[in-house]
Design a protein around this ligand. Structure first.
Ligand code: URA
Length: 502
């Protein structure tokens, strides 16, 4: 039998050294007696080095073993468990892993299940420590450069070293000591020190105790009270060190009455609130509204659009512009960075391409109605830049509400869909733009539809020859639109009849 005596304060290194030597000597788990100096009557046991001498001598130098990463991470937590049987369990699993490489995947295995149960218990204890440590300010009158705090906590397991880095990150700008019966952690702005020495409860109270109680009684919602859940979240064993816990029994006992009182108060306050709103509304000066049923009225309405979340980050609604009697309506995707700032469609780089090409093709912007499928700029902030993001189907569907009304008011002869978003918004179809490009289609409302590319696409083409080619196609699409605009309704219906019969 080999006896191994460890300090056992949640430090994996000492266990690992001993386990490695034992494993090299092929020492079976049944022949190892793991003991913990701090958790037993220390003096009764031999020190670790002596105990390890016999069978482990001659085990060889620089021993290494391959163990699955998941074992190491489990072991790091399990070693903190207060159960003295943890060393034996870890060694047994390590030993078995040499022959059963996939052992940890067998969750029904008793050893593996035990490892997980211990890991969970340690994890929960760590979590509770991060939630329930209550610092009290100390040495307030001595004029230290940094404020100093002391906290007392009683963990179930040896988790002080494991949890201390959390407090270092969270409370980096103050000096603190967390004292526990299972060791102490201290931070002074430069070094984090952890000692395994048990500390004694300093029994401190300060003004923050009252603050905790005020906070707790304010966040306590009697209408949402679930006592069982509350006890799981805030187990009774922690109460003695939580200043606010003294309130819990009273708050639970009075919860029902508080809910009734709240309900009564709500009933009498509602009319007051309502009256205030009414008074505010009446005090508002009458704003001259554009005549009902006009494009201007629709534009004014759209200014306040909150139909989807895009309005939250955009500067403003960018509504369509152009005469209400335009015979051609151009639909793009959504405003870009510059359009969002200017509040007008197609005034940025894509707009410059659109203006130049359409003018060349004989399509006057002033006599055309230009709009977008989506009326708010969708982007992702990157540094100081706002990077364009394609609107999703939901956003296009929400915004279609405006597009439909624009179509109904303008009643264009021809609608030009520039790009796939406009095509989807106008036709509800997910057909590929390439399959419909250059075709003259018909919308449900009877208007003709010409499908072409978006000018921003032309700007993205790297290859010069291809860009020229695509530009020429775009120009010819725009020329076709301009021609269409000059046609009379009779020409159009004649053409449509020809298309249908042909
Ligand atoms: N792209 C669009 O689709 N619309 C604009 O208004 C600007 C760029």
């Amino acid at each position: 039998m080999v006896t191994v005596v460890l300090e056992g304060r949640g430090d994996l290194t000492e266990w690992r050294e001993a386990a490695r030597s034992l494993l090299l000597a092929h020492t079976t788990p049944q022949t190892v007696d793991w003991r913990c100096r701090n958790e037993s009557a220390g003096d009764l046991f031999e020190p670790a080095v002596e105990a390890l001498e016999g069978p482990i001598a001659g085990a060889g130098a620089a021993p290494t073993f391959a163990v699955p990463k998941v074992f190491l991470s489990l072991a790091q937590a399990v070693i903190c468990h207060r159960d003295p049987a943890r060393f034996q369990l870890l060694y047994r699993v390590l030993f078995r892993l040499q022959a059963e490489r996939t052992l940890l995947e067998v969750l029904s295995d008793a050893d593996v299940a035990q490892l997980h149960a211990m890991e969970k218990s340690v994890r929960r204890d760590c979590h509770k420590m991060t939630a329930f440590v209550r610092f009290k300010e100390i040495d307030t009158e001595r004029g230290h450069a940094r404020r100093r705090f002391l906290a007392w906590f009683e963990p179930d397991h040896h988790i002080v070293a494991r949890t201390a880095p959390f407090f270092q990150r969270r409370f980096t700008d103050m000096d603190w000591i967390i004292a526990t019966p299972k060791g102490t952690a201290a931070w002074d702005g430069g070094a984090l020190t952890v000692s395994a020495e048990p500390a004694e409860n300093p029994m401190l109270t300060d003004a923050t105790d009252a603050l905790w109680r005020t906070y707790f009684s304010n966040i306590f919602n009697p209408a949402r009270l679930k006592v069982k859940m509350m006890m799981t979240e805030m187990p009774k064993k922690y109460w003695k060190n939580l200043p606010e816990a003294a309130l819990i029994p009273g708050l639970i006992a009075g919860a029902e009455a508080s809910v009734v009182a709240m309900a009564e108060r709500a009933a009498s306050e509602a009319p007051l609130f309502h009256q205030r709103l009414q008074a505010a509304a009446q005090a508002e000066p009458e704003i001259a509204r554009p005549p009902a049923g006009t494009l201007e009225e629709l534009r004014e309405e759209a200014r306040h659009c909150t139909r989807c979340a895009l309005h939250c980050s955009a500067t403003q609604t960018v509504f369509g512009e152009g005469p209400q009697d335009a015979s051609i309506m151009i639909v793009g995707e959504q405003p870009g960075d510059q359009e969002d700032l200017a509040g007008r469609p197609f005034v940025g780089p894509a707009g410059a391409v659109f203006n130049a090409v359409s003018q060349e093709a004989g399509l006057e912007r002033q006599s055309t109605y230009v709009t977008n499928a989506v009326k708010h700029f969708k982007y992702e902030p990157r540094g100081k830049r706002r990077i364009h993001q394609k609107p999703n189907i939901g956003e296009v569907q929400h915004c279609k509400w405006w597009l439909t009304r624009e179509l109904a008011l303008i009643k264009p002869k021809l609608v030009v869909a520039m790009g796939s978003t406009a095509l989807m918004a106008l036709t509800d179809s997910r057909q590929r733009l390439a399959d419909l490009r250059g075709q003259m289609l018909q919308l449900g409302g009877g208007q003709s539809l010409l499908v072409t590319v978006h000018p921003a696409y032309l700007l993205r083409i790297q290859d010069e020859a291809r860009r020229h080619e695509e530009m020429a196609r775009f120009r010819s699409d725009m020329a076709r639109a301009a021609d269409f605009g000059r046609k009379t309704p009779v020409d159009i219906s004649r053409e449509q009849r020809t298309v249908r019969s042909g």
